[in-house]
Design a protein. Structure first.
Length: 316
């Protein structure tokens, strides 16, 4: 393995669930592998000039695993923290496989990552994180009544929601840093990481799914990344999304973004994540399409978030 120079910029790239699996597409192994291959084709060229740490979502996959647990019906189902780890290994494997197939100059390694959350986080009493497939409202409400779920609208359809506590600490941050400094491309914090709380014996898993963008921002701050890039299936941040007045944001400051109103189940956590990173580091962040990753990292595509400059600039 040829090590990259330590002077190469470091970018944390968060692959959104919708970048790895198109909305409404079945969460099959073949579709997942095809999406990971497409992501690797984009990430490969970028890795030649940038040190990469890749994170990813797990909403569709962990929801499918939970459905299978419910259907098994023999004994207690595995809790969400175990399913988070299972989905992190599953997705991490196919991403690692395709990255190693696409990249010759370095090896990829996946880390199943524990992330500390607060046991008293109010999120445990107010589920917001979408997991699993989409349903029409009637089917979603029937499943909620049958299985004790909480369901909410996700666009025009409905999905199950689960608690999503705020990430406080990346437990394996030191190991991830050593791997990066050793020249590896690291895949970690899959699905936002495995949520754990502090107890008398160290840590214990809890029933939740952490938002992967907020966890990626925490990771990027801890690693001192030069850029945090949230790669999704839209080309940037919009004001007035879905209305005749919608406008695409080219560049903005955290202060301006925080003054806007973005949907809590989709763009809201992404905006919060990039704001946290830029505010705490003074470095740059970006939100946009995976296919435009090179431009996102270089500052030429998507929505660029920076500490200084005009409050906002819209695309023509």
């Amino acid at each position: 393995m040829a090590e990259q120079t330590s002077r190469a910029p470091l970018a944390v790239v968060a692959l959104g669930g919708n970048a790895l699996l198109r909305r409404g597409e079945p969460a099959t192994a073949a579709n997942q592998l095809r999406a990971a291959r497409a992501a690797a084709e984009v990430l490969g060229p970028v890795s030649e000039r940038t040190r990469l740490v890749v994170t990813h979502g797990n909403g569709p996959q962990v929801g499918l695993l939970a459905l299978k647990e419910d259907a098994y019906g023999d004994g207690d189902p595995y809790p969400l923290d175990v399913l988070d780890a299972e989905s992190g290994g599953q997705i991490g494997y196919v991403v690692e496989l395709e990255l190693d197939n696409a990249i010759d100059h370095q090896d990829t390694v996946t880390v199943i990552t524990r992330v500390l959350v607060d046991a008293d986080d109010p999120a445990f009493g107010a589920p917001t994180k979408f997991i699993g497939p989409v349903y029409d409202e009637r089917r979603a409400q029937a499943l909620a009544a049958e299985r004790g779920w909480v369901v909410k609208p996700d666009g025009d359809l409905w999905r199950r929601v689960v608690p999503s506590p705020d990430p406080k600490q990346i437990i394996q941050l030191g190991a991830i840093r050593e791997l990066v400094e050793g020249g590896f491309l690291v895949v970690c914090v899959g699905g936002g990481g495995v949520p754990v709380i502090a107890d008398g014996n160290g840590h214990a898993g809890v029933e939740a799914v952490i938002d992967k963008d907020l966890a990626s921002a925490l990771l990027a701050v801890g690693l001192g990344a030069d850029v945090l890039s949230l790669a999704t299936d839209v080309d940037g941040v919009y004001t007035g999304w879905g209305t005749p007045e919608q406008r695409a944001v080219a560049r903005a400051t955290p202060g301006w973004l925080r003054a806007q109103d973005f949907p809590g189940g989709s763009m809201g956590p992404k905006v919060e994540a990039v704001c946290r990173f830029v505010e705490q580091t003074g470095n740059r962040a970006a939100i946009g399409r995976l296919e435009e990753l090179s431009g996102l990292i270089d500052g030429a595509a998507g929505t660029q978030i920076r500490a200084h400059g005009p409050d906002v600039e819209f695309r023509p």
